[in-house]
Design a protein around this ligand. Structure first.
Ligand code: PLP
Length: 388
C-alpha cells in the first residue's frame, strides 16, 4: 500500500549518478534516514539494515539471546518471527493469539518456563498488541521484549509508537509494507549498548569502515546485512509520506467500518488500541468459518473494489505451515540445529484458539486511495453480504 512517485526517482538518480551507493560515504543517506527515523519514533537510536528478518536477528543478538534460550512468538505472524530465534541458536515457543490476532497475554504467561529469555510480540496487520499486559508478564519473569513492528510502521499503542515500547523494535520496508524500498529494515532502541551490539552484528567489517562507538562494546563476529544508499535514498522520501498514508488508511477503514457495524453473528474485530491501529486491514469476526466462506463468495461475485482475505489461508503467516519449525530443522547443518539440544514437541493442533479465530475472521484489505463515497459504498456491500 506504499506510495511512490517522482521524488523517489530523483533521489535514486542523484545517488546513482553521484556514485554514492556506500553507507559510509560522507553525507550518507542511510545516516540521514536513521536520524530522521529515530527522531520520528522518539527513540535514541535506529539502525537501518537489509531486511526486517535481519532486524529481528540483530535485535535478538544484541539482547544476548542464544543457545539454551526459549523465545516466545505468536502462532500467527510471518514465518520470519519464528525463524529469527533459530538463527541465534534459541528455539521459538508458540503462543496463541486473541481475537485481535495479536499475542494472547494470558497464554504468554502460561507458556513461560525457566528457559524463557525473550518475547516477540507482533503488531500484525498494523494492529497494536496488548502491550501493557505483555510488558507486565515480561517484567514479572525478567525476559526481554523485542517488538516485531514490521507490519506496523507508524502505528501506536496508548500514545507510544509501535516498535519503541519494548527494549528493541524491528521494522520492515519490504514490498508489502506501509513504506517500502523493495527490501530493507530497521532496529530501534533507546539503549546505546544494545544499539552498538546490533550495529556490530549487522556489519562484520564495521571497525574498519565506521568511526568509533558511543559506548565501548567489545567487538564480536557479525555478518553483513548493510543497507544500500540507493534504498536509503528511497526511504528518506518514503518516511515523509508515512503520516499521509496512515491518515488515509485510517479514514478509509473507519468509513467502511461505520457501514458494517454489528449484526446477529458478526462484529468488527476488537483492537487493543483502535486509534493506534494502522488501518491496513479491517477485520470482521463471525460466529462460524462457514459464514466467512459464504460472505467471501457473495462479495467476490459483487464487483467488490477491495481485496478480501480469510487469514487462516494466508499460508506463510499460520504456524501449521511453518515446515522448517514444525519438523525441527532449525539449521542447514545438524550440529547447528538448536532443536538438537532443545527439542520442542510442536503439533498442528497446539494452538487451537488461534486456528479457530483465524478461520472466523474475514479481512477487508484497505486501499488508502479510495474516495470517501466509494469507501462507504464498499462498507454497504460488505454489510449486504453479511446479512445474506
Ligand atoms: C510480521 C513480520 N515480521 C518479519 C518480517 C520480515 O521482514 P522482511 O521480509 O523485510 O525480512 C515480515 C515481512 O513480511 C513480517 O510481516
Amino acid at each position: 500500500m506504499f506510495r511512490i512517485g517522482e521524488e523517489e526517482v530523483a533521489a535514486v538518480r542523484e545517488t546513482l549518478l553521484g556514485k554514492r551507493m556506500w553507507r559510509y560515504q560522507r553525507d550518507s543517506q542511510t545516516e540521514r534516514f536513521e536520524h530522521a527515523l529515530s527522531r520520528k519514533m522518539n527513540t535514541g537510536y535506529a539502525l537501518a539494515l537489509a531486511s526486517g528478518t535481519g532486524a529481528l536477528i540483530a535485535g535478538l543478538t544484541a539482547l544476548g539471546i542464544g543457545p539454551g534460550d526459549e523465545v516466545l512468538v505468536p502462532a500467527y505472524t510471518y514465518i520470519s518471527t519464528a525463524i529469527a530465534p533459530l538463527a541465534v541458536g534459541a528455539v521459538p515457543i508458540l503462543v496463541e493469539v486473541d481475537e485481535t490476532l495479536t499475542m494472547d497475554a494470558s497464554d504468554l504467561r502460561r507458556k513461560i518456563t525457566p528457559r524463557s529469555r525473550a518475547v516477540i510480540p507482533v503488531h500484525i496487520n498494523g494492529h497494536p498488541c496488548d502491550m501493557d499486559r505483555i510488558l507486565a508478564v515480561a517484567a514479572e519473569h525478567d525476559i526481554s521484549v523485542l517488538e516485531d513492528a514490521c507490519q506496523s510502521v507508524g502505528g501506536s499503542y496508548r500514545g507510544r509508537r509501535l516498535g519503541t515500547i519494548g527494549e528493541m523494535g524491528a521494522f520492515s520496508f519490504n514490498f508489502y509494507k506501509i513504506i517500502s524500498c523493495g527490501e530493507g529494515g530497521a532496529v530501534l532502541t533507546r539503549d546505546p549498548v544494545l544499539y552498538e551490539r546490533a550495529r556490530i552484528y549487522h556489519d562484520s567489517g564495521l571497525c574498519f569502515f565506521s568511526p568509533g562507538q558511543e559506548v565501548p562494546v567489545p567487538l564480536f563476529a557479525g555478518v553483513s546485512m548493510r543497507i544500500s544508499e540507493v534504498l536509503s535514498a528511497i526511504l528518506n522520501v518514503q518516511l515523509e509520506r508515512l503520516d499521509g498514508i496512515l491518515d488515509d488508511l485510517r479514514t478509509v477503514k473507519r468509513a467502511i467500518g461505520r457501514e458494517i457495524g454489528e449484526g446477529p453473528d458478526w462484529r468488527l474485530s476488537p483492537m487493543h488500541d483502535a486509534d493506534g491501529d494502522c488501518g491496513i486491514k479491517l477485520g470482521i469476526l463471525l460466529d462460524t468459518p462457514d459464514r466467512v466462506g459464504a460472505v467471501l463468495a457473495r462479495l467476490r461475485t459483487d464487483d467488490f473494489p477491495l481485496g478480501l482475505e480469510c487469514p487462516f489461508y494466508s499460508e506463510r503467516h499460520v504456524y501449521i505451515n511453518w515446515e522448517a519449525v514444525l519438523e525441527q530443522r532449525g539449521a542447514a547443518h545438524p550440529l547447528r540445529n538448536p532443536f538438537r539440544e532443545m527439542p520442542v514437541p510442536y503439533t498442528d493442533d497446539m494452538c487451537p484458539s488461534t486456528l479457530d479465530v483465524l478461520r472466523r475472521t474475514l479481512y477487508v484489505i484497505v486501499n488508502p486511495e479510495l474516495e470517501a463515497a466509494a469507501a462507504a459504498e464498499a462498507g454497504r456491500k460488505v454489510r449486504k453480504a453479511l446479512e445474506g
